[in-house]
Design a protein around this ligand. Structure first.
Ligand SMILES: [Fe+2]
Length: 303
């Protein structure tokens, strides 16, 4: 057959995948083609609209560089990142829930031991906080030496990767032999996703806001356990109910409390400092864990 109609074209495009050897690739391409064609037919896509979409996707690609990942941002605001997280991370009861990686992860942050100071070298001051807790298995067994890869925005809501500066408020914090971790940092603040690119134009066009509730990011891992990519959100934040990337989970919201002045002094923090206690619980390793690590490896371009 040479000539196709609106009714026969989809089947013909799919039929040409007949010899594809990798069954998963074949399944992905088949469904993608069918759903894209169904979308075009559903909305009766005009040529002008499709060309606008091509221009938009081109702009998204052109906005990406070694530090900026506009495609992850696009996936985030479309809810596709959280949909993928939901499909792939059916959290075992009691385990820390996963949420989006976001576009600001970077490999190679400095390693800190118990009590390390992630504020070192910070260009902006914030509210001092002592962050501590335990890393445990789902049944409460401490996980000695677990690693917490932590990153957060500066006090102005901008990530270090969005500037020309050095790494800031980032660190790989190693839990001690009892599975306890602690570090000094600043309390995170809510911030705007980057809106100076095509994704910002899209968010404005939809009339949605572009704010994310305050959070610190964490990737928690240990040999024999499934890595979890997650956030810890700030209780009481005004944007918890409208996160621009749909990443909030109730179990990840935690309270920042005032540290007693005497305790702050002992920890080398000024009076009025805060404390955050948050425990992470990891599921035992299984086949799915490898997949999660591969996802991180795929984000190397962001670093
Ligand atoms: Fe973030």
């Amino acid at each position: 057959m040479r000539q196709f109609t609106e009714d026969t074209l989809t089947d013909e495009v799919v039929a040409r995948l007949e010899d594809v050897k990798d069954p998963r690739f074949k399944q992905l391409m088949t469904s993608l083609i069918q759903n894209l064609h169904a979308f075009a037919k559903d909305v009766e896509l005009t040529e002008e609209e499709w060309f606008e979409a091509i221009k938009f996707l081109t702009a998204v690609g052109q906005k990406c560089d070694g530090k900026r990942q506009e495609f992850i941002l696009l996936s985030d605001v479309l809810g596709l990142s959280m949909m993928t997280v939901a499909i792939n991370h059916k959290t075992e009861p009691g385990a820390t829930e996963a949420t989006v990686l976001g576009p600001f992860y970077a490999h190679g942050a400095r390693e800190f031991g118990y009590g390390g100071d992630l504020r070192e070298g910070a260009t902006l001051k914030g509210e001092d906080v002592w962050v501590s807790g335990r890393v445990m298995s789902v049944d409460g067994t401490p996980i000695p030496g677990a690693m917490l890869d932590i990153w957060q925005a500066k006090a102005d809501g901008i990530y270090d990767l969005q500037t020309d500066g050095e790494f800031e408020l980032r660190g790989r914090v190693k839990a001690n032999e009892k599975g306890e971790y602690a570090f000094k940092s600043y309390k995170p603040k809510f911030y705007s996703i980057p809106i100076d690119g095509p994704v910002g134009d899209l968010v404005r066009a939809t009339g949605n806001h572009h704010m994310r509730p305050a959070h610190m990011h964490a990737i928690v891992s240990a040999p024999g356990y499934q890595q979890v990519i997650t956030h810890v959100f700030v209780e009481g934040d005004p944007y918890l109910d409208g996160d621009a990337v749909f990443a909030v989970k109730d179990s990840l919201i935690a309270k920042y409390e005032r540290l007693a002045d005497a305790d702050a002094k002992k920890l080398g923090l000024p009076a009025g400092s805060l404390r955050l206690d948050f425990d992470f619980r990891l599921s035992a390793d299984k086949a799915g864990a490898k997949q999660a690590r591969q996802k991180i490896a795929a984000s190397d371009a962001v670093a």
